[in-house]
Design a protein. Structure first.
Lengths: 325, 330
């Protein structure tokens, strides 16, 4: 690899680690804010899954699209989201991404391509069809990344969407975040098959299984699929085997999994794993990595301050955005 | 120049004009391209605009509407067809939770310029799952606009407006209206939302009717005129936004309000219209108002049952004469 490529790769990896730390830091922080009653709605934390969002979104161009889920803080940050606007939205303030109208599950930033986050499991998947169709229609070569969990792959919307995306060769990469549980129901109790990636066969599209705790592996797999989509070769299904270290929602008593299982996955913490790679193969120093972590923490603190000092929306404007204009 | 064309032709013209005018408009649905639509609404579109802009889909209503939502989010102006309003149930998450709400949930960051066109109504023996009138479901979903024309003239103008509107619009035809003829100008025109149409002037009764019932209401009022009773027939045309004022103004004149719709009476659109009008128009009412709707039953198949399940002309005449206090016509 020549000098220029090395630098590009180092910048990319530094960016990946920064975004992973931002996600980790934001999620830990908002959990505290929730118990301080500053966040008044449910939170679905992405801790443990950082490699999936960051690896996948790193494979995109800034003009590409993302469709997200109720567990979408990671996707928003990974795509380049504004931390202040995110935090303000979670605190329900007028300065938030959605002016306090949406909250945690509905982060939206059309300027950076985050088209929608659906609180309905599987609700975003048909929407990604439209983004893909639109790119083809406009010949824009944009690619759409559609995130969803293991639970969503049992919804009718998943099957309708993969079928149509495959049929019309839409430039969409379907990224399944298989964290083994849909709220309290494990994949053993909801899937008659072992690997969700195998569902790709039904739709005649490529399917791939990836270690969802390895940000570089996710990046490589998604990049391959994104490039394929951009060249007009159609959609793919990437199954990222991952794990959420926290419950489904903040407050979840988590009766459905064992401490042993959680500890086993925590040993594969994607951030620790990536740090090891960066120190080893990629010639980063401990200081460089710690500075990235510090930067992320600092940014999150600034975001909290911004959010806390922001006004709530005006109750008189409760119906303001129901219709356009 | 004015000429007589069918309701289906009127919609077809609207589609062609809007697709010629704006390259961003496209249409998808089941049987819309090659077949030209089950009622001919999208005839000749494939020939003129090609496969890129007019596409037949698999039977996947959620995907159809969802594709429309995503395309609208990324700057296109989709017209998606759901062949029967009864099938909107399969797409209900995309319609009610996504299309209707994404703008509001995003604090206005996005808008969804989407038309969901569909048709309902009974009278063809297609039984309960192919004949419903479900407009109330969509009226009850903030974020959606709901359009129900009754004539070719209204249909064309309102459809064009719907395609140019930057909100999700549910455009509901009645299947028996498609072959009905009416006068439509050749020159381009648009009709605004939120403007009712007084289809017939009268002094003795305000008769609000929707969709196919507008025609039954007009037939009933012609019969009533022979008894010296004049009925003012008002067609709201758009349920959301709704022209309350037109009805209140009429009620001030007549003192009597009768609402007729095909949907089953329980929580039908008549109940909502009544609620709205009572707030402002209660003092103008000389007699209790009435909603004449369909029976609270899924549409039966057998013709005698199907007939009595919805208001017929005689039912409207009887309801009107009872309200006005004249003897019922035999």
């Amino acid at each position: 690899m020549n000098e220029k490529s090395r630098r590009i790769e180092k910048d990319l990896f530094a960016s990946m680690l920064l975004r992973m730390y931002r996600i980790r830091s934001l999620e830990k922080t908002v959990k505290q804010l929730y118990f301080q009653d500053l966040i008044t709605g449910p939170l679905h934390l992405y801790i443990g899954e950082e490699a999936v969002a960051v690896g996948a979104c790193s494979a995109l161009e800034p003009t590409d699209y993302v469709v997200s889920t109720h567990r979408g803080h990671g996707h928003c940050i990974a795509k380049g989201g504004d931390l202040k606007k995110m935090m303000a939205e979670l605190l329900g303030r007028e300065t938030g991404y959605c002016k306090g109208r949406g909250g945690s599950m509905h982060l939206t930033d059309p300027k950076m391509g985050l088209l929608a986050s659906s609180g309905i499991v599987g609700g975003g998947i048909p929407i990604s069809l439209g983004a893909g169709f639109s790119s083809v229609y406009r010949k824009s070569r944009q690619v759409t990344l559609c995130f969803f969990g293991d639970g969503a792959t049992n919804q009718g919307s998943f099957h309708e969407s993969l079928n149509l995306a495959a049929l019309w060769r839409l430039p969409i990469v379907f990224v399944c975040e298989n964290n083994l549980y849909a709220i309290t129901v494990s994949v053993a109790k909801s899937l008659p098959i072992k690997d969700i990636a195998d569902r790709s066969i039904s739709y005649g599209i490529p399917g791939k299984i990836v270690d969802g705790m390895d940000v570089v592996a996710v990046y490589q797999a998604v990049k391959e699929a994104v490039d394929r989509a951009r060249e007009g070769k159609g959609p793919s299904l990437i199954e990222c085997k991952t794990y959420r270290f926290e419950g489904h929602w903040v407050g979840d008593p988590i009766v459905y999994r064992t401490d042993e299982e959680v500890e086993k996955w925590k040993k594969r913490d994607p951030i620790i794993k990536f740090r090891k790679i960066l120190l080893g193969k990629e010639n980063f120093t401990e200081d460089e990595l710690d500075n990235i972590k510090k930067q992320a923490n600092q940014e999150i603190q600034e975001a909290v301050e911004f959010a806390k000092n922001s006004p709530f929306p005006n109750p008189k404007e409760v119906e303001k955005y129901v219709y356009y204009p | 120049m004015i000429r007589e064309i069918t309701y289906a032709q009127a919609l077809n013209e609207a589609l062609k004009e809007e697709m010629r005018r704006n390259e961003k408009v496209f249409m998808i649905g089941e049987d819309v391209a090659l077949h030209g639509g089950t009622y001919g609404v999208s005839k000749e579109l494939l020939e003129e605009f090609g496969d890129r802009r007019v596409k037949d889909t698999p039977i996947s209503e959620a995907a159809i509407v969802g594709l429309g939502v995503g395309a609208a989010l990324t700057g296109l102006r989709p017209v998606v067809e759901i062949m029967y309003i009864d099938f909107t149930t399969v797409a209900m998450d995309q319609i009610a939770n996504q299309a209707a709400k994404l703008r509001c949930m995003s604090g206005g960051a996005v808008k969804i310029s989407l038309v969901i066109r569909t048709q309902g109504g009974s009278g063809t023996g297609e039984a309960a799952q192919h004949t419903q009138s479900l407009e109330s479901w969509f009226v009850h979903t903030p974020g959606l606009k709901v359009i129900m024309p009754s004539t070719p003239y209204d249909a064309k103008g309102l459809f064009k407006t719907a395609i140019r509107d930057d909100n999700p619009v549910v455009f509901i035809d009645h299947k028996l209206l498609f072959p009905q003829k009416g006068l439509v100008p050749e020159e381009e025109y648009l009709l605004p939302f939120g403007q009712a149409d007084v289809k017939r002037k009268g002094d003795d009764l305000t008769l609000v009717a929707t969709s196919l019932m507008v025609h039954r209401a007009l037939e009933a009022s012609r019969a009533l005129e022979k008894q010296g009773v004049t009925v003012e027939v008002i067609d709201p045309r758009t349920l959301v936004p709704f022209d309350k004022q037109a009805i209140v103004n009429s009620l001030r004149k007549t003192g009597r309000l009768l609402i007729v719709h095909e949907a089953c009476t329980r929580a039908g659109i008549g109940a909502e219209i009544l609620r709205e009008i009572i707030e402002e128009g209660f003092d103008y009412m000389d007699v209790p108002p009435k909603v004449l709707g369909g029976r609270n039953s899924p549409t039966p198949y057998a013709t005698p049952l199907e007939r009595v399940a919805v208001p017929q002309v005689k039912d409207i005449i009887d309801a009107a004469t009872d309200m006005i206090g004249v003897k019922r016509m035999s």
